[in-house]
Design a protein around this ligand. Structure first.
Ligand code: PLP
Ligand code: COI
Length: 339
């Protein structure tokens, strides 16, 4: 504990003291349970293992200069997990219980919340899995909700320094009317082949195109995409991407600074017109892009050459972080202070 290097944390798992669990049996959710075990003991025929009945979330808690602990937009994560549950026919976990579980797990692991100065945060990882045994392809009748926490640094090791991503048309992370809008494990399994290939070629991630026509931008493996053109914040509208809470927040902040927000299909060629481009998400925060290489057409789109993020990305990043850490007012009530 004493030797945690708070400002040099990777985005990885570090054991903390407690996790919180809840079981759905006989058609209803039980009470929240606290455990210090990192192990779950489940039936070998559980639907999460065979048929991918699994959804997860990601949110963060931040320690402010004032010492207060703030969790960002947990109501949105609770609702998105319910949408994912409906999407793959799992029992929905009630929003109030989700929020109570998050409060509890954060409080119980207070000593793992990185200090303000470190710029790191406590990553909160809720999980919902089908536990009931099924051999036929059917939803389970028993479920488990679990939430653990781990202190993390930036998702991309470069942090706020620009990275490169690539376009690879032979791979999709989700089907046109599939599960792309849900946060389910299968989408991430589907992204591993392309993701590891991209990493081996020196790219931080894959920028997926729409799976139907391969004409429009979708999103990156672990984050949404946005581009800046003049005074416009432009982000893809698509039926196969995850509705990112970070992106939704940035759209609001962009609008507040007088920018025009465009959420619409974005043709891949439009990358040539962008002044700035970035990935955004809870883990990624804003990860600016220096370059996007279209490996099928050999076209490259360059956004920065001096290895510095663009001015609008910097402004949005600072604004978002200031709200999350409590340095600036929170006009939309995005933050919950945990006492
Ligand atoms: N897109 C994908 C595929 C993700 O896994 C994530 C991470 O949660 C995001 C986008 C960003 O979403 P959020 O901003 O809600 O974290
Ligand atoms: C997040 O941003 O919270 C994510 O879940 C992204 C990734 C770690 C899958």
């Amino acid at each position: 504990m004493e030797n945690i290097n708070w400002s040099g944390l990777p985005f990885g798992y570090l054991k903390t003291d407690y996790n919180v669990r809840c079981y759905y049996r006989d058609g209803k959710w039980g009470e929240l349970e606290v455990t210090s075990s990192e192990i779950i003991n489940i039936h070998m025929a559980a639907t999460c293992l065979h048929y991918g009945q699994e959804s997860f979330e990601g949110l963060k808690a931040f320690k402010g200069k004032d010492g207060k602990i703030r969790v960002f937009r947990m109501d949105e994560n609770a609702k998105r997990m319910q949408s994912s549950a409906r999407g793959i026919r799992m029992a929905e976990f009630p929003q109030e219980m989700f929020e109570e579980a998050v409060r509890k797990v954060v409080k119980l692991n207070k000593r793992f919340i990185p200090p303000y100065e470190s710029g790191s945060a406590l990553y909160i990882r809720p999980l919902l899995i089908g536990l009931g045994a099924q051999v036929g392809v059917q939803p389970a009748n028993e479920y488990m909700f679990l939430v653990f926490v781990t202190p993390v640094g930036p998702y991309f090791k470069e942090g706020f320094k620009p990275t490169k991503v690539c376009i690879l048309r032979e791979y999709d992370r989700a089907a046109p009317h599939g599960t792309g809008t849900y946060k389910v494990g299968g989408n991430y399994a589907a992204s591993l082949a392309a993701g590891t290939l991209a990493n081996s070629k020196g790219y931080a991630a894959v920028l997926y195109l729409d799976p139907k026509e391969k004409k429009y931008l979708d999103e990156c493996g672990p984050a949404n995409f946005f581009g800046i053109k003049g005074n416009s914040y432009i982000t893809p509208k698509s039926d196969s991407i995850l509705p990112s809470i970070t992106n939704k927040s940035l759209m609001q902040l962009a609008e507040d600074t007088g920018m025009t927000v465009e959420r619409r299909p974005v043709p891949v060629e439009e990358l040539a017109d962008f002044d700035e481009a970035a990935e955004c998400g809870t883990a990624a925060v804003i990860a600016p892009l220096s370059q996007i290489d279209d490996l099928d057409t050999n076209k490259s789109y360059t956004f920065t050459t001096d290895n510095k993020p663009g001015a609008i990305c910097v402004k949005l990043y600072n604004k978002l972080r200031a709200i999350q850490y409590g340095d600036e007012p929170d006009p939309y009530g995005w933050v919950t202070v945990i006492d």
